[in-house]
Design a protein around this ligand. Structure first.
Ligand code: NCD
Ligand code: ZN
Ligand code: ZN
Length: 346
């Protein structure tokens, strides 16, 4: 029985297109249950899982193993594969698409991935490497000219307004992360990919909130001790899957964003990028929703093994008080429950 208070909104569950759930050989950093519990705590009802785990998800065998492991997911999910030599086999499997990392640009197998009809998730330009920027820009131009035959492309974690404009100009969709909107390179020493930008670039990125198709967390958990290593060897990544939804609804409660725009960024936009229609979500993914309360609190994570994030203590005006997956209570404001999520692509 669900009774809403006058300071609560009943919203569609958030779809986070870009999450490193980890698991398999990286379960010591994060596993399916810790990542998806953290997600339910943050109002996320569907995650897109990135392939850079151990083993790397670019073989049919590894992807099958991952899909089996994801049966423990407490929220709905999709899995992306990586660039490798088994794309033809992977194309026939229930995966959402492929993640193309900057390193993949050199690989001859990239060609098969680019000609797949599934979704391709691309990195934006890498600002600290001129070489990298040129290669990516050339790839984008090539893809833009061939996009009609080659299917859908999406540029993830754009760090500048220009990158979003370039993505849209190429006919691609684009997303942003809360940390690139909130943190700049000299007020945060946490290492993350793509790197945090200077203050002017960060401020200008806010213009993109009105045109980007989605907001993603790029939840990239590492153990607290790994994040204390020397900068040169410290693994990049900020673990904040539970931050995105209360952050975006804080902007709604502060009068910065409309409810429609928030739903677009958190649910409708990312669902459309995955090829899931809101109607299909309503039918096939019965009752994935979340309750958001207008409340002042300071952000903290709850279930991730990563524990530390630079967003710890960030003041928010919205808090997730309930999450429903497949019509069942996955988070009730106090505890998470082992609801069984499904593969949205299967
Ligand atoms: C990613 C991770 O940890 O998996 N880290 C990150 O900072 N986004 C890997 C990566 O994209 O470099
Ligand atoms: Zn990345
Ligand atoms: Zn990532």
């Amino acid at each position: 029985d669900l009774t809403l208070r006058s300071d609560e909104l009943l919203m569609p569950g958030s779809v986070d297109l870009h999450v490193h759930v980890r698991g398999l050989g990286l379960s010591y950093k994060e596993d399916v249950s810790s990542a998806t519990s953290e997600a339910a705590y943050g109002g996320v009802t569907l995650v897109g899982d990135m392939p850079n785990t151990h083993p790397y998800l670019n073989t049919a065998e590894a992807v099958l193993e991952k899909l089996r492991e994801m049966e423990r997911s407490r929220i709905d999910f999709v899995v992306y594969a990586g660039v490798g030599s088994e794309t033809k086999k992977l194309d026939a499997m229930p995966i959402a698409g492929y993640k193309v990392f900057p390193e993949d640009l050199e690989r001859p197998e990239l060609e098969d991935v680019l000609s797949s009809s599934k979704l391709k998730i691309l990195h934006p330009e890498v600002p600290n490497s001129l070489q990298g920027q040129r290669t990516l820009r050339a790839l984008w131009q090539e893809l833009a000219s061939l996009r009609l035959v080659r299917g859908r492309f999406h540029v993830t974690h754009c760090t500048s307004k220009e990158t979003v404009e370039l993505a849209h100009g190429s006919g691609f969709t684009a997303d942003l992360t809360p940390h690139h909107l909130l943190l700049h390179e000299s007020d945060c020493w946490d290492k993350v990919n793509p790197p945090l930008r200077d203050e002017t670039t960060r401020r200008a990125l806010w213009d993109s909130l009105w045109v980007a198709e989605a907001v993603v967390s790029d939840h990239a958990p590492h153990l607290p001790e790994e994040k204390r290593w020397h900068y040169d060897i410290c693994p990049p990544g900020i673990a904040a899957i539970s931050f995105t939804t209360p952050f975006i609804y804080s902007l709604v409660f502060r009068g910065v964003l409309s409810v429609d725009r928030a739903v677009q960024l958190l649910s409708k936009g990312p669902a459309t990028i995955l090829g899931l229609k809101m109607g299909e979500i309503a039918e096939g993914f019965a009752a994935n929703f979340t309750v958001v309360r207008r409340e002042y609190w300071r952000y903290s994570t709850a279930y991730t093994k990563a524990s530390h994030t630079p967003l710890d203590g960030y003041p928010l005006n919205a808090r997730v008080t309930m999450t429903f997956v497949q019509g069942k209570v996955a988070f009730d404001g106090g505890e998470v429950y082992p609801v069984r999520g499904v593969n949205a692509i299967a």
